[in-house]
Design a protein around this ligand. Structure first.
Ligand code: IPM
Ligand code: MN
Length: 349
C-alpha cells in the first residue's frame, strides 16, 4: 500500500494533478497496486491566507509518505522567490532530494521545433544536482544600496554532494542501458574551483564504470548541441543551475512544457514528481492546459516505486495518444481539453 502525498499547488497545478490521479487510479486497477492519497494545500493561496509556506511539522508529516506528487508552485499575487524557496526548494532540500531527473524524449517529430529531428534523435536524460551549487542560497551584500554595492552569490559544491550525484548518474546510465554514455556538462574553462572538483570526481568515479563511455561538454556548447546534434546525448550530469537552464531547452526540443516531467529523487528517502512547466496562471481554470507532463510525472513516480509495468504502460499510452490524437502539445491547441486528454490516456491504458 503506497502512501502518496499530493500537492496540487497553484494555477493550473490542480487541473493537471487531477488528470494524473485519474491515470494513477486506472493504472492501479489494471496493474493491481494499492495506494492511498492525501491532499496538501501548500502553495500560493494558503500563503496568502495564513502567511505560511512550509513548516517543520509539514516536512515531518511528508517524510511518512512513499512519494509526493506535485502540480505546480507559483502565484501571481505572491512576490517571486517566496514560494519557490519556501515551498519547492524547501521540499527538495529538507527531504534531501539530491537528484533532479529530467528525461528529454521526443514522441513525435511534429512537435519538435528542430528541423529534421526524429524521436530516435532526441532521447536523453539530464541528471541535475538538486541540493547544492548556486541554489544553496549562500552569499551576501556589501554596502547594499550604495554605488559601491557588491552582491555575492556562492556556488557551494561539496565532494560528497558532487560524488553522490555523479555516482547516481553512472548507475542510471548503466541501468538505462541505451548508449551507455554519460556526459559531464560544466564550465571547467572559467569556473575553475567548482568544475575542477566536478571534473576530478567524475573521472575518478568513471574508473568504477568501465562499461560507460564518458564525455565532457561545456554548458554553452551543450545548449548548442541540444539544437544541432541532440542525438549525441544519452545521459548528462550537471550542477543545479546549469541543469535548471538546459532542461528548459530540453523541454522545448521534446515538444514543450506540456510534456516535460521530472523527478526530485532521494534514492533512500521520499521523492517528489512534478510536471516541470510551472503554474501557468493565465490558463487557470480553463481546462486547456496539457496534463501529459503531469501524467508522465505520475508514470515516473510509479517507476520509482517499482511499478515498472504500470509506468511503461502509461508511457506507451502517452505515446499512442500523442501520435494518434493530439493536434499540438501546447495549451489550448491540443484539439482536446485537459480532462479529455486524461480520459484518452485512461481509455488507452
Ligand atoms: C525548476 C524551476 C525551479 C528551479 C524554480 C521554480 C525554483 O525552475 O524546477 O526548474 O529553479 O529549480
Ligand atoms: Mn527551471
Amino acid at each position: 500500500m503506497y502512501k502518496i502525498a499530493v500537492i496540487p499547488g497553484d494555477g493550473t497545478g490542480p487541473e493537471v494533478v487531477r488528470e494524473g490521479l485519474k491515470v494513477l487510479e486506472a493504472a492501479g486497477k489494471k496493474f493491481n497496486f494499492k495506494y492511498e492519497t492525501k491532499i496538501f494545500d501548500f502553495g500560493g493561496e494558503r500563503y496568502l491566507k495564513t502567511g505560511k509556506t512550509l513548516e517543520e511539522k509539514d516536512i515531518e508529516e511528508l517524510r511518512k509518505y512513499s512519494a509526493i506528487f506535485l502540480g505546480a508552485i507559483g502565484h501571481p499575487q505572491v512576490k517571486p522567490g517566496i514560494l519557490e524557496t519556501g515551498v519547492l526548494l524547501k521540499l527538495r532540500f529538507s527531504l534531501d532530494q539530491y537528484i533532479n531527473l529530467r528525461p528529454v524524449k521526443l514522441y513525435n517529430s511534429l512537435y519538435c521545433p528542430l528541423k529534421d529531428k526524429k524521436p530516435e534523435d532526441i532521447d536523453f536524460v539530464v541528471v541535475r544536482e538538486n541540493s547544492e551549487g548556486l541554489y544553496k542560497g549562500m552569499g551576501e551584500f556589501k554596502d547594499k544600496g550604495t554605488k559601491d554595492e557588491v552582491a555575492i552569490q556562492i556556488s557551494y559544491n561539496t565532494r560528497k554532494g558532487v560524488e553522490r550525484c555523479i555516482r547516481y548518474a553512472f548507475e542510471y546510465t548503466r541501468k538505462r542501458d541505451k548508449r551507455k554514455k554519460l556526459t559531464l556538462c560544466g564550465k571547467t574553462n572559467v569556473l575553475t574551483y567548482a568544475w575542477d572538483l566536478w571534473e576530478r570526481t567524475f573521472y575518478e568515479v568513471a574508473k568504477e564504470y568501465p562499461d560507460i563511455t564518458t564525455d565532457y561538454a561545456h554548458v554553452d556548447a551543450t545548449t548548442m548541441w541540444f539544437v544541432k546534434n541532440p542525438e549525441w546525448f544519452d545521459v548528462i550530469v550537471t550542477d543545479n543551475m546549469f541543469g535548471d537552464i538546459i532542461t528548459d531547452l530540453g523541454a522545448m526540443i521534446q515538444g514543450g512544457m506540456g510534456i516535460a516531467a521530472g523527478g526530485n529523487i532521494n534514492p533512500q528517502g521520499v521523492s517528489m514528481f512534478e510536471p516541470i512547466g510551472g503554474s501557468a496562471p493565465k490558463y487557470t481554470g480553463q481546462n486547456v492546459i496539457n496534463p501529459l507532463a503531469a501524467i508522465c510525472a505520475a508514470g515516473m513516480m510509479l517507476e520509482a516505486l517499482g511499478e515498472l509495468k504500470a509506468a511503461k504502460a502509461i508511457e506507451d499510452a502517452v505515446i499512442r495518444i500523442v501520435n494518434t490524437k493530439l493536434k499540438s502539445l501546447a495549451a489550448g491547441k491540443m484539439g482536446y481539453s485537459t480532462s479529455e486528454i486524461g480520459d484518452l490516456i485512461v481509455k488507452s491504458l
